[in-house]
Design a protein around this ligand. Structure first.
Ligand SMILES: *Cc1c(COP(=O)(O)O)cnc(C)c1O
Length: 417
């Protein structure tokens, strides 16, 4: 399938009058429509709620949009909690799904009356000593072994640092009950970026069976099942996108087969990040150099600090050379950034139309885990984030870093005054 950009070359030329490349651009219309589709797909479940994984796109303007679509937030750090608090998320609007959690983060989560999702059995006593056990509490389950969907291995929970074992879950809920907890949840995250409609239904089946067992063994009734993140997006043009309606139907079927006969009723929660934002953001950059040595290189004005996934995971991100969508892909290029690191390449041996210096290059699907993973290696500065609004106008939602920002942590000395 052809991957289309949500922005046109004419719009990019217009944006350039005010904002230089590189920048991340987000699509308000796409974000809203997708969030409402998710809500609609799961409307069969009374308590359904999506808690957007803030780490994917930690921008207050984006969180606000999702808030307007009925989403809560999934936080896992102090600053994510602080940002959410500023935007008016409170209590049941916040899921705090952290791990290796410092005491100060539990304290803030408790103060905001967030729903705390514990990552470990020992955190029960740690939380109790830090700030007491709240009425609502959730535990993260790690079944161990390998996680399969029919016969294919999706991931390896046995090697993952997260969650409680089954026997720890059984003991954990009993202990939490003794310590005063009244409303319980279960959470699990077993595979990332799944491009299959079977992930959530398979996970739901495991969790539903587990909570039936927990009820039988402990008498503790689970009120919500948090399927967490992991629904993926088709980064490659040949991938079939997930169908959220089929996914929600699959979860419903598991619910009807396992929970209904057991006389149990739960709310379904999700903590999607990539699925909510990934396709609705892109990195806009320009070709600034072409280099002909042993291979053909195009140097762009963005680099891995703006988008780390290709360098870190060898991840594929589709590239469109704007204005040349109909031209033949008869040139083989490495598209590179300027870091003094040879893995600073957005694409390797990619077949693309002939690129000229000055061409706008759009790197697709950077809306989640894109800007957010940015860093400052080589003293490179982070880019701006812009929002393409539903009316076609553009709003700056984060300014680009300046050298002053970069030097700000030396403000205790006067070297940079
Ligand atoms: C990262 C993360 C998510 C979001 O994952 P996606 O793959 O972006 O959907 C949700 N929950 C937790 C606890 C996470 O760590």
């Amino acid at each position: 399938m052809e991957k289309k950009t949500f922005v046109t070359l004419e719009q990019l030329k217009e944006i350039e009058k005010e904002y230089p490349t590189p920048y991340h651009l987000y699509d308000e219309k796409g974000i809203r429509e997708n969030a409402l589709r998710l809500k609609d797909a799961f409307s069969w479940n009374k308590g359904f709620k999506e808690y957007f994984a803030v780490k994917a796109t930690p921008n207050p303007f984006i969180l606000k949009l999702l808030q307007e679509c009925g989403c809560g937030v999934d936080c896992s750090s102090l600053t994510e909690l602080m940002m959410s608090d500023k935007l008016g998320f409170h209590g049941d609007d916040i899921m705090f799904s952290s791990n290796d959690t410092p005491a100060e983060e539990f304290l803030l989560a408790r103060k905001l009356e967030a729903q705390i999702n514990l990552d470990d059995y020992t955190h029960i006593d740690f939380l109790n000593q830090t700030c007491g056990i709240p009425e609502t509490i959730c535990c993260r389950f790690n079944p161990g072994g390998v996680f399969k969907i029919s016969t294919s291995i999706m991931d390896n929970p046995g090697d993952a640092k997260y969650g409680f074992t089954k026997s720890q879950m059984i003991e954990g809920y009993q202990r939490l009950k003794e310590l005063g907890a009244k409303r319980f949840g279960i959470h699990s995250f077993l595979a990332s970026n799944t491009v299959t409609n079977e992930y959530y239904p398979t996970l739901a089946r495991i969790l539903f069976e587990t909570i039936v067992e927990i009820k039988e063994q402990t008498g503790v009734e689970i009120s919500f099942v948090n399927l967490s993140g992991g629904i993926g997006i088709p980064y490659r043009p040949d991938q079939e996108p997930n169908d959220i309606y089929k996914i929600a139907e699959g979860v419903k079927k598991a619910y009807e087969e396992i929970l209904v006969p057991a006389g149990m009723e739960v709310a379904i929660y999700t903590e999607l990040g990539r699925y909510m934002l990934g396709p609705y953001g892109c990195l806009v950059t320009k070709a600034i150099h072409e280099k002909h040595i042993h291979k053909e290189y195009i140097g762009v004005d963005a680099c891995a600090v703006n988008l780390m996934r290709p360098a870190m995971y060898g991840a594929y991100h589709h590239i469109t050379v704007m204005g040349k969508e109909q031209e033949p892909c008869d040139h083989k290029y490495d598209i590179t950034g300027s870091l003094c690191e040879n893995n600073d390449k957005f694409a390797v041996d990619r077949m693309l139309p002939k690129i000229d210096t000055g061409d706008f290059i759009v790197i697709h699907d950077t809306g989640a885990h894109g800007f957010a993973m940015g860093y400052n290696y080589n003293g490179k500065l982070k880019s701006a984030e812009l929002l393409l609004k539903e009316d076609g106008s553009v709003q700056m939602i984060r300014r680009a870093e300046t050298p002053e920002d970069y030097f700000a942590t030396f403000d205790f000395t006067d070297i940079f005054k």
